[in-house]
Design a protein around this ligand. Structure first.
Ligand code: PPS
Length: 304
């Protein structure tokens, strides 16, 4: 969202790890909560496309797929703007003097694509008043937690994660930014029958990217030839996105994201949780998820 010159000026700054403050039972970064009235009053337009996930569930991946679909597989056009500046992240409010996407988004021409991580009940009501299309991606809780842990290590604006054992306790207790994983995936799952929401799973995308990309194109009302579909799938594999500076967050300010601690594009797999969770941690998270997802019909694959 910000012009390059603005970001370069900011390179001399540093950032502090944020504090979390509860809003309607969901811990969010303090600066987000301080701007909550403005976020809640966010004015959507009917042709806005919304992308929402629990953090680390595949946002960047679906953003790149959507942009490729919007540009009919033209990868140069897709990556004209680095991913972190392509779609405003509405509830991310950085401390001053960092610029806020909330201001920039008002000036953006339509149609806009917008990024959120909010649980369903905290989404600005105008999204539903304007009947915006939403793509939601969910990822199994354990891989999601592992990815979130490493993201906390490398993102200097996130709360201090502590070690894995400490982080996983906070994750299970929903004491992490954006709150409970199970409330998030369930809230959106139940909302999908009342609103134009395409609900995707990270594991399905790993299993068959072409099939899931076709679903996205259909939802967006875009016709794709088989040749274009092939280009999109090729461009959005983990390996290709990892080596693409406009999709791998390497152009984001380095004082915020430190890729030498852990790269943003880390592993991109299903089942990495097995190398992190103890049996006891795994069973405790299963127990919480089973209880909180009971009766929802939601099921996640933990391996492929
Ligand atoms: S964020 O910060 O919340 O926007 O992060 P998000 O993009 O949601 O999640 C990052 C994780 O998604 C993985 N990723 C991918 N996996 C497979 N294929 C592709 N193309 C892809 N692109 C991003 C990324 O590697 C992070 O997962 P982990 O498990 O940490 O590798």
């Amino acid at each position: 969202m910000q012009p390059d010159s603005d970001l370069k000026d900011l390179e001399s700054l540093s950032i502090q790890r944020c504090q979390l403050v509860d809003i309607q039972g969901v811990p969010l970064p303090k600066d987000t909560v301080d701007s909550w009235d403005e976020i809640w009053r966010f004015q959507a337009r009917p042709d806005d496309l919304v992308i929402c996930t629990y953090p680390k569930a595949g946002t960047t991946w679906i953003q790149e797929i959507v942009t490729m679909i919007q540009h009919q597989g033209d990868s140069e056009k897709c990556d004209e703007v680095p991913i972190e500046r392509r779609m405003p992240f509405i509830e991310l409010v950085l401390p001053k003097p960092f610029p806020s996407d909330l201001e920039e988004v008002k000036k953006m021409p339509s149609p806009r694509s917008l990024k959120f991580h909010l649980p369903f009940h905290l989404m600005p009501p105008s999204i539903w008043e304007q009947n915006c299309k939403v793509i939601y991606v969910a990822r199994n809780a354990k891989d999601n937690a592992v990815s979130y842990f490493h993201f906390h290590r490398m993102n200097m604006g996130m709360p201090e994660p502590g070690n894995w054992d400490q982080f996983v306790e906070n994750f299970i207790a929903a004491k992490v930014a954006w709150g409970s994983w199970s409330h998030h995936v369930r809230g959106w799952w139940e909302a999908k029958d009342r609103h134009p929401i395409l609900y995707l799973f990270y594991e399905d995308m790993k299993e068959d990217l072409a099939r899931e990309t076709r679903k996205v194109a259909k939802f967006l009302g875009v016709e794709l030839s088989e040749a274009v579909l092939k280009k999109i799938v090729q461009h959005t594999t983990f390996e290709n996105m990892k080596s693409n500076p406009n999709a791998n967050y390497s152009t984001a300010p380095s004082f915020v994201l430190n890729h030498s601690i852990s790269p943003f594009m880390r592993k991109g797999t299903v089942g990495d949780w097995k190398d992190h969770f103890t049996v006891a941690q795994s069973e405790r998270l299963d127990e919480v998820c089973d209880r909180e997802l009971e009766g929802s019909g939601l099921a996640f694959r933990m391996e492929l």
